[in-house]
Write a protein that binds this ligand. Structure first.
Ligand code: ADP
Ligand code: ADP
Length: 227
């Protein structure tokens, strides 16, 4: 699903080496954590996968296709196949949970008659079918994050990237969000979670990649957290 071959990302001007000769593979259907201190290169990794940044050297492939082949108007097609969840979920305040999720279908031009079944299924996957009429302000931060996950998966992306998805959440809500991400993975989506949340990584064990100063320093098939 994700292939990095000798990928180096050096930011211009400051010449910061954000990723240094990174080679890695994430298979279809995997659940993978990306851990590392602040500045280790986790967000840079995500930005490369989304083609928000271009490698200085090396090659990134998604689902077997080199990102250099997604040019111009094809770049949105790539992003459409990748769901994203961030620390700040940015739901639309004036729309309820259902409409926030449906909005993602409107953006990609899914016919309106298909929205109810798809939105309902996405909300069910995150355990919030009963909150579909709630506005974001009526939901806890954890519930808001689960709506954001529903919005990210309603288009059925084969890949979901989550960057510090529990960064603003207390331990209980964090565990709920992790369970939801595992559910999404069980339905066949490849999931990559960049996180600092040691307790979660040690509780819900999955393959864990550790970055340090832009280099991959560990790849533990059964997880564990050691920076
Ligand atoms: P894909 O069909 O996406 O190319 P692969 O056939 O390469 O997937 O991978 C098959 C399985 O091998 C994956 O589900 C994954 O769990 C495992 N795997 C692949 N690479 C690694 C790795 N470097 N470390 C641990 N497990 C891996
Ligand atoms: P992480 O997500 O693990 O905290 P990042 O990928 O954000 O790490 O950062 C990796 C390195 O690249 C850091 O040294 C950071 O300061 C630098 N960096 C990140 N974004 C930029 C940018 N847009 N311009 C210049 N340097 C950047």
């Amino acid at each position: 699903m994700i292939d990095f071959k000798h990928v180096t990302l050096e930011y211009p001007v400051t010449r910061t080496l954000a990723l240094d000769d990174l080679t890695m593979h994430v298979g279809k259907g995997e659940f993978v954590y990306l851990v590392g201190h602040s500045g280790a290169g986790k967000s840079s990794f995500m930005n490369l996968v989304l083609k928000r940044a271009l490698p200085t050297r090396g090659e990134v492939r998604i689902a077997g296709e080199a990102l250099s082949r997604y040019r111009g108007r094809r770049t949105p097609l790539l992003r459409r196949r990748i769901g994203t969840v961030f620390q700040d979920n940015l739901l639309l305040d004036h729309l309820n949970a259902y409409d926030n999720v449906a909005f993602a279908l409107r953006v990609i031009g899914v016919p309106q008659r298909d929205w109810p079944s798809r939105v309902t299924l996405a909300l069910r996957t995150v355990g919030l079918e009963h909150k579909k009429y709630a506005l974001p302000v009526q939901l806890s931060l954890g519930e808001q994050q689960r709506v954001a996950i529903a919005r990210a998966i309603v288009s059925n992306p084969p890949l979901l990237l989550a960057d510090e998805p529990t960064g603003n959440l207390d331990p209980d809500n964090s565990r709920e969000v992790l369970k939801v991400l595992q559910n999404v993975n069980l339905r066949g989506t490849t999931v990559v979670v960049a996180t600092h949340a040691r307790e979660l990584v040690e509780t819900f064990r999955h393959r864990t990649l550790t970055l340090r100063k832009g280099k991959l320093v560990r790849d533990d098939p059964h997880g564990g957290y050691s920076l």
